[in-house]
Design a protein around this ligand. Structure first.
Ligand SMILES: [Zn+2]
Length: 127
């Protein structure tokens, strides 16, 4: 006997940022760019401006918020990679900047958290 999976997936809404199932549609947020919808939690943790930027980014580069293990995130690695690519002229600042944010977000780190970590890192003198 063949078990055919019922295609329930198609009518389920998923958050464009973190891929969580959206159960309460009335609480979901439609981005101004109309590219996607965002769950209640993402709506609260990101500004409207960031939401548009983040949806665009995942649309272009794939993956999603929190796709990677947050505990494996290293701010040093991210910054070093950023600096090396720029130094070698592989990319311009703008595209490197987008790449950096995309990476940070896939680890489930919000812009606010990242900037806080970054300032701590700078204060410590890049150790
Ligand atoms: Zn979400």
């Amino acid at each position: 006997m063949i078990n055919t999976p019922k295609s329930k997936v198609s009518n389920k809404l998923k958050c464009s940022i973190c891929h969580a199932d959206i159960k309460e549609r009335n609480k979901a947020y439609q981005s101004s760019l109309k590219l996607g919808i965002v769950c209640d939690l993402c709506k609260r943790r990101f500004s409207n401006e960031d939401i548009d930027m983040i949806i665009n980014m995942f649309f272009a580069f794939g993956e999603y918020f929190g796709a990677r293990d947050k505990s494996k995130f290293s701010i040093k690695d991210v910054i070093v990679e950023f600096a090396i690519d720029l130094d070698e002229g592989k990319a311009n600042f703008h595209s490197q900047n987008i790449k950096l944010w995309h990476k940070v977000l896939t680890y489930g780190i919000t812009p606010e958290e990242f900037l806080k970590e970054l300032s701590l890192y700078v204060e410590q003198g890049f150790v």
